[in-house]
Design a protein around this ligand. Structure first.
Ligand code: FCB
Length: 461
């Protein structure tokens, strides 16, 4: 077992786990669910490692009660899950599928019955395919469609769900989906990606408006951003400037409009200087994106090592003027650099630059090799990773950062997008043949951490 953190979290701190719909639910053809861009993407040969897809995944759609029991058995306070837009509005706009809403109501009521507070994410990458057919996130109308969908869901579930997230990681949806093409819808066009990023952000602001109109009076809403400190490869002026640019492109392009109501001036200038057409930003959009949020969701996995590439003329990303260097050891099975102290720094910086600001860690975790027998799973690397990151979060709290919750990614091993089922992120192992769940050592470590934090919960399950 890894070392348990020595200091304590504030008494009201919430410990949870996170999942997302397409990665665990399966049942893609059941109860009126429509097609999503991930269904389509997975059918395209060569897109997903081993040709896998989310048709069955963890079969959570049928096993959700058992999965909630697991969360309760671990003594956790809260559960972040996502709602599949194609289950609610199968065509993307228009007709509402009541069975979809019913499923999430059962799930949420089941969580509440077990003393688990739900945190619902409205969009975790599963866009209804009919909306992609009309341009997906490059089409401004998709942002309007999202607000309509958000209104339906919030009106239907607002009595049982208080905490909401609009978008999960808009950078990933935009850049990996529309520029790098490794995620659905698999487009490779940088101007499309930057346009998509704007519409994703706009959809966040429009959904907040819908939420304030029909949501619960005590409801809270925020966005989840994947934030990564960008570290210059050297202390030369050009590398330092490149890291500032990388930060602008990856972090501030999302943080600034959401939390300050305007895109970062240096990035607007940089894009304009590189002939990136930003005509899709209408007057008034930034004010919508900057609608007051109740908290910021932070997904933290790693850092970027940056060096200057402002002379590069080749490559369709050369307009960015920087490049990522290989990660430094130690890395996870995904090749992501393990950097817990940068996590502390990030939280302190967010508080300094954008605070006062309540924050939640909406995802943190890792994929590692692990030893599994029939009855146990040893994952010491994950235990060490989590111990170091919880410790890093506590250090930030000790410095005055307003952190209220922490969600480990993920409850279950699951469908890791283009990497299929090979990376295992769960603190609970899933045998995909039998759908059997086995607590890994990291789940037991987490249970102990929570029990030590809140002894009153001991034996409560
Ligand atoms: C995040 C995603 C999540 C999962 C983890 C490993 O970027 O939000 O769905 O894939 O990475």
């Amino acid at each position: 077992m890894g070392a348990l953190p020595k200091t304590s979290f504030p008494p009201e701190f919430r410990f949870g786990v996170a999942t997302s719909a397409y990665q665990i639910e399966g049942a893609v053809h059941e109860d009126g669910r429509g097609e999503s861009i991930w269904d389509r993407f997975c059918q395209t040969p060569g897109r997903i490692l081993d040709g896998d897809n989310g048709d069955v995944a963890c079969d959570h759609y049928h096993r959700w009660e058992r999965d909630l029991d697991l969360i309760a058995e671990l003594g956790l306070d809260t559960y972040r899950f996502s709602i599949a837009w194609p289950r609610i509005v199968p065509d993307g706009r228009g007709r509402i599928n009541q069975s979809g809403l019913d499923f999430y109501r059962r799930l949420v009521e089941g969580a509440l019955e077990r003393g688990i507070r739900p945190l619902a994410t409205l969009y975790h990458w599963d866009l209804p395919q009919p909306l992609e057919d009309t341009g997906g996130w490059t089409n401004r109308k998709t942002a309007m469609a999202f607000a309509e969908y958000a209104e339906v869901v919030v009106a239907a579930l607002g009595d049982v769900v208080t905490d909401w997230i609009t978008q999960n990681e808009p950078w990933v949806s935009a850049v990996e989906g529309y520029a790098q093409g490794m995620k659905a819808p698999g487009v490779t066009d940088w101007p499309s990606a930057i346009c998509a990023s704007h519409h994703l952000l706009l959809s966040h602001g429009l959904a907040i408006d819908a939420f304030r109109a029909v949501g619960p009076a005590d409801g809270r809403i925020g966005i989840t951003l994947n934030l990564a400190p960008m570290i210059p490869a050297s202390d030369t002026e050009i590398d330092v400037a490149a890291a500032v640019r990388a930060d602008g492109y990856h972090n501030r392009w999302y943080l600034d409009p959401v939390l300050r109501g305007r895109y970062p001036a240096d990035m607007l200038e940089h894009y304009a200087a590189h002939s990136v057409d930003l005509a899709f930003i209408d007057d008034g959009d930034e004010a919508i994106i900057g609608r007051p949020t109740d908290f910021l969701g932070v997904n933290y996995y790693s850092v970027g090592r940056i060096h200057d590439a402002s002379d590069a003329s080749e490559g369709d990303a050369s307009f960015l003027g920087f490049e990522f260097l290989p990660a430094r050891e130690p890395v996870t099975a995904m090749g992501w650099e393990i950097a817990p102290s940068a996590f502390t720094d990030l939280l302190i910086r967010l508080d300094r630059d954008y605070g006062p600001l309540p924050m939640m860690i909406t995802e943190n975790g890792g994929a590692f090799g692990e030893e599994a027998s029939d009855w146990s799973v040893q994952d010491p690397a994950r235990v060490a990773f989590l111990a170091a990151h919880f410790d890093a979060a506590q250090k930030a709290i000790a410095k005055g950062v307003e952190l209220e919750a922490y969600f480990v990614w993920s409850l279950l091993d699951n469908f890791e997008w283009e990497s299929g089922y090979r990376p295992r992120f769960g603190i609970v192992r899933v045998d995909y043949e039998t759908q059997e769940r086995t607590l890994k050592d990291s789940a037991l470590w987490y249970r102990d951490l929570v029990a030590r934090h809140r002894p009153v919960k001991l034996g409560a399950t």
